[in-house]
Design a protein around this ligand. Structure first.
Ligand code: FAD
Length: 480
């Protein structure tokens, strides 16, 4: 590695790839180093169970990809990326009867499904959907300057700072409350915590605008398209290249790290100021996940028709039950009836399984670092809403939080968001600082989900980190 580069990016997750592309697009020479044998980080697809069954190891459903101004700015279709939209974006079944609440692309149709809560749902989401094009860049970015549209942004911020529970008080029906609870639970903090509404507002609004799309061929297709585009611009990728110290790197004017604070400390702690090191040590990681993938003989036999047509199914029954199980996990317990997120990619993308067969993807939240096997609890939850499910299982593969972290060192203790998304760390991740992307070491930047806007496949953290480095080190201004 004796060659000199303008920039070296460490880690080829969505944010590392986004940073590398942003730098390379400006004509710099960029090297992207990835520890593992393939690019993608949280966007990989593998035959985890049986030959011909292609499972998304991590990310599966991509509302944030569709919502990302950065990803939308790239010609990824020319590099093989195609999405399919599920008929129902997300469904939420209940114990009582065969009904389920449904999140649809259409705001009006979704609201209509809530009966007495039609008006309340529209009142909550219609302004967000209307103003989204004006506020998306501010919502999905750092909080460093005055928003471009302060009034529209204040409308979002006022709702986003609330807890999921406070927003749920606007709804009376179990359908609206249940669906809302499942989407709030993506925040991986208690539903009663301030800002737990933020992620759900973004995911639901994004759904009404761009859907909750599924990449044909798996989330690896997003990773591959990003990597092909980067290489088409002249970028260089080296796989199987774990970086344990800045001294491992070839000479470069700037370094961007797609890692979380704990790894940042390990890789370049000596180069950081003692104050910044102290701040990083205080960074909090959140709940972990227990992940399961199934090879299935047939689709999951959900009782509810909406669930049988849904890309995503949230299993947790009522708002109260979801809130209870998430608060148990937050307190370090393993719920008997965990809230379970299920994805059914093969219903919409036949490349995922041999003809007539299917894949199932699911996870539940567990305490950070948990090694408890949650297979039985997850399968019992699926069986509860889809009797006969167990008979469809041909094979399965599981990941506890330790295995998840071994698979991807960014998932500390199984935390898939690169750090807890609470009030302290929603806007100021990893630390309170004018630019969250600049570290205290000159020329070294953090570009992972541990910076705003946080977890998810959107590449916005990578874009903003690269934009900061371009300005600081090369005097180049870029805008989206
Ligand atoms: C089970 C699960 C389900 C998920 N579902 C969704 C979903 O449906 N939709 C969605 O949008 N998001 C989902 N996510 C979250 C999403 O995958 C992450 O938020 C996203 O991948 C974070 O991107 P990143 O680039 O910051 O980090 P990562 O994607 O984690 O990438 C980091 C990369 O850096 C590499 N790396 C780390 N350390 C080093 C080192 N020292 N040297 C070299 N390379 C290194 C890693 O190997 C990895 O490739 C899910 C995650 C998991 C685990």
């Amino acid at each position: 590695m004796s060659k000199r580069y303008d920039a070296v990016v460490v880690g080829a997750g969505p944010n590392g790839l986004a940073a590398a592309i942003t730098l390379q697009r400006e004509g710099l020479s960029v090297l992207l180093l990835e520890a593992k044998a393939t690019v993608g980080g949280g966007m990989r697809t593998q035959e985890l169970t049986l030959p011909g069954f292609r499972h998304d190891v991590c990310s599966a459903i991509h509302p944030m990809g569709a919502a990302s101004p950065f990803l939308r700015s790239l010609p990824l279709e020319q590099h093989g990326l195609k999405y399919v939209q599920p008929t129902v974006l997300a469904a939420h079944p209940f114990d009582s009867g065969d009904d389920a609440a449904a999140l649809l692309r259409s705001l009006d149709e979704t609201a209509k499904g809530f009966g007495a809560d039609e008006g309340a749902y529209k009142k909550l989401f219609a302004p967000l959907v209307r103003h989204w094009p004006q506020i998306e860049r501010d919502v999905l970015g750092p909080l460093v300057s005055l928003p471009r549209h302060p009034f529209a942004m204040a409308g979002f911020g006022w709702k986003a700072l609330q807890s999921g529970k406070q927003i749920a008080a606007r709804f009376k029906t179990k359908e609206a409350r249940g669906l809302w609870a499942g989407i709030v639970a993506h925040s991986m903090i208690p539903l009663s915590a301030q800002t737990s509404a933020a992620i759900a507002l973004v995911l639901s609004t994004a759904g009404h605008i761009g859907g909750w799309p599924i990449p044909i061929g798996g989330s690896q297709s997003i990773a591959n398209a990003l990597a092909f585009y980067f290489e088409s611009l002249g970028g260089e990728i080296q796989l199987n290249s774990p970086v344990s110290s800045l001294s491992d790197l070839p000479d470069a004017r700037t370094v961007l790290l797609d890692v979380t604070p704990r790894q940042l400390l390990a890789i370049c702690g000596d180069e950081l100021s003692s104050f910044y090191r102290w701040q990083l040590k205080d960074y909090k990681y959140g709940m972990g996940v227990f992940k399961i993938d199934w090879a299935l003989d047939s689709p999951i036999p959900f009782r509810s028709e909406a669930c049988r047509k849904a890309g995503t199914v949230h299993l947790g029954n009522t708002f109260e039950e979801v809130a209870h199980s998430e608060s148990q996990v937050w307190k370090g317990q393993h719920p008997d009836k965990p809230f379970v997120l299920v994805a059914q990619q093969s219903l919409f993308d036949e490349s995922r399984a041999p003809a007539g067969k299917h894949t199932g993807w699911a996870y539940c939240h567990v305490p950070n670092g948990s090694t408890r096997d949650m297979t039985e609890a997850i399968e019992a939850q699926v069986e509860r809403f889809a009797p006969g499910f167990r008979d469809t299982i041909l094979a399965k593969h599981t990941f506890n939080t330790e295995e998840m972290q071994h698979y991807n060192p960014n998932y500390i203790g199984g935390d898939i968001n690169g750090g807890v998304v609470n009030l302290a760390q929603l806007f100021n991740r990893p630390v309170l600082r004018f630019s969250p992307y600049r570290t205290s070491a000159k020329g070294v930047y953090l570009c992972s989900a541990s910076t705003p806007p946080g977890g998810g496949v959107h590449g916005m953290s990578g874009f903003y980190a690269a934009r900061t480095a371009l300005k600081d080190v090369f005097g180049i201004e870029v805008h989206l």
